[in-house]
Write a protein that binds this ligand. Structure first.
Ligand code: B12
Ligand code: SF4
Ligand code: SF4
Length: 441
């Protein structure tokens, strides 16, 4: 045991007996007379920074009572849509003690994922043992890659590479250090068991923006967040950012006006029923009223972050690194629609795909194709016809919608109706046609 603590209160649990001791946990309060806990906290932070974290903070592992209330209230108001995640059991996701019995502290880290805008190269190359697709049978690896004339779907920045994996590896190093001193430590990253943003805010990493994202002072919001939950009673960090959006965002409302679907219904409050980031993950039909707003997105939505002036200033101050080899920023929509189930799961299995069913990637691709495709392109028309006539009624309806949408765009264009406009007006075409269409969640 490397730490030697002075003790104020008497309890039943102590570093020397914390492995596997059952029964009620009563804490002794360490006074850290020799400073070993301060040193451990400082070491944990330094390890995190050396491992590539942009910021590391320490917070108490007390229950997040306010966040618990917010989760319950949003559930009551239906703002969570059909989401589970932290909403499934708010009493659990707001109590770090449910992750680790006797939890005392959270060491919270932020991993930056802003990268230089890439050309969307789809060549897959193995990267430091992460889950980037390496299988040469992947449709991405034999795709010709996006070309100016081929319709392209876009992937949100956080999902272009396994940034959660990078974050986890950095937090693992901190956890190893804590364990080496005899403490217990569990890493949680984007897990249903913990509200990551509330933890980061408590650890002083930043403030809640009006888009609900946590912004790091001077750095912005392009960061994923995770924690090490430990029974080490570390000294909490001093908050480094303004606690409220009112202070951090001032009078700015750009994210609210930039949101293509009006999903930011109040400062810091997202209505998931309207949020594209959720709709691309949710099962069922894409609500018709949001299909056009989806644009070329096939996974995630970055609009409320791209619009943020704090991110823009940070981008100018800190040059973003080049994208990782194998990062997937864009996808050829026709290749995606031609790929097999296995190929799609191989290439995108890291993403949250409803029921792990690749048909939802195809659904998203069909909507994107309806927004950015060209009916005069025979390959596009053939793909839409194939899916419109297929057995999967959900996909057939989305393909008919896409055909109709492109038909309308074609007719509206100065060149008038192209050769592809006709088939778009087939049975069932038209916004809202087809089973499941128009269903809102
Ligand atoms: C559910 C979820 C979603 C849902 C709902 C998001 C939402 N805003 O509620 C959907 C699928 C829509 C989503 C989308 C995205 N997500 Co998400 N998501 C989560 C998840 C799993 C849980 C979040 C949660 O518990 N929300 C519940 C509410 C109650 O908590 P909250 O949103 O933090 O709300 C706080 C504020 O509202 C604040 N608050 C309360 N009152 C007030 C008042 C004012 C004025 C203000 C300003 C704030 C404020 O207090 C609340 C409680 O702490 C977390 C991972 C995790 N385990 O925590 C990732 C997480 C929040 N998501 C993340 C990311 C990256 C995204 C996307 C950017 C991905 C993308 N590009 O598509 C988008 C961003 C959309 C957006 N504007 O939020 C990151 C955010 C990192 C960051 N810097 O903030 C997280 C933390 C994942 C991670 N581990 O890094 N996400
Ligand atoms: S992620 Fe997109 S849809 Fe969701 S709140 Fe932000 S801008 Fe709106
Ligand atoms: S766009 Fe403006 S209001 Fe929204 S998070 Fe950024 S600074 Fe805050």
């Amino acid at each position: 045991m490397a730490v030697d603590l002075a003790v104020r209160d008497v309890g039943t649990r102590w570093p020397c007996d914390h492995w596997g001791v059952p029964g009620p946990v009563v804490y002794r309060t360490p006074t850290d007379a020799d400073g070993s806990l301060s040193r451990l906290g400082a070491a944990a932070r330094q390890i995190g920074l050396d491992a590539g974290l942009a910021a590391v903070g320490i917070a108490s592992a007390a229950i997040f009572a306010e966040t618990r209330e917010v989760l319950h209230a949003r559930r009551r108001d239906g703002l969570h849509s059909t989401m589970e995640f932290t909403y499934r059991n708010p009493d659990r996701s707001t109590d770090p003690g449910r992750i680790l019995e006797g939890a005392r502290s959270l060491v919270v880290g932020a991993w930056g994922y802003r990268r230089e805008d890439s050309t969307g190269s789809q060549v897959t190359v193995p990267v430091d043992g992460d889950s980037t697709p390496t299988d040469t049978t992947s449709y991405l690896s034999h795709s010709s890659g996006p070309t100016p004339n081929k319709p392209t779907g876009t992937v949100a920045r956080y999902a272009r590479h396994d940034y959660y994996g990078s974050l986890r590896r950095a937090l693992d190093q901190i956890a190893d250090r804590l364990r080496a001193d005899g403490w217990q430590a569990i890493v949680v990253v984007d897990d249903n068991a913990l509200v990551d943003r509330a933890a980061a805010q408590r650890a002083g990493l930043g403030w809640f923006g009006k888009n609900s994202l946590l912004l790091l002072p001077g750095l912005g919001s392009w960061y994923v967040l995770g924690s090490v939950v430990t029974d080490a009673p570390l000294e909490p960090s001093t908050p480094s950012g303004p606690p409220q959006a009112a202070e951090g965002c001032g009078s700015c409302r750009r994210c609210i006006t930039a949101c293509p679907t009006g999903a930011i219904v109040a400062d810091g409050v997202i209505d998931a029923r309207r949020c594209l980031a959720w709709l691309v993950q949710a099962a069922g039909a894409m609500p018709v009223e949001f299909r056009t707003a989806m644009g070329s997105r096939i996974y995630g939505c970055d609009e409320c972050q791209e619009a943020c002036p704090i991110n823009r200033v940070a981008d100018r101050r800190h040059r973003a690194p080049a994208p990782e080899p194998g990062a997937v920023a864009t996808v050829d929509l026709l290749d995606l629609l031609a790929a097999s189930d296995d190929e799609l799961i191989d290439a995108h299995g890291r993403w949250y795909i409803a029921k792990r069913d690749p048909r939802y990637l195809r659904r998203n691709a069909l909507v994107a194709l309806g927004n950015v495709g060209d009916l005069q392109d025979p390959e596009t028309l053939a793909a839409l016809d194939r899916w419109a006539e297929g057995d999967d009624e959900l996909l057939a309806e989305h393909a008919r919608w896409a055909r109709d949408q492109l038909g309308r765009l074609d007719r509206a264009s100065p060149s008038g109706a192209g050769p592809g406009a006709g088939p778009g007006a087939g049975p069932g075409a038209g916004a809202g046609a087809g089973p499941g269409a128009g269903a809102t969640r």
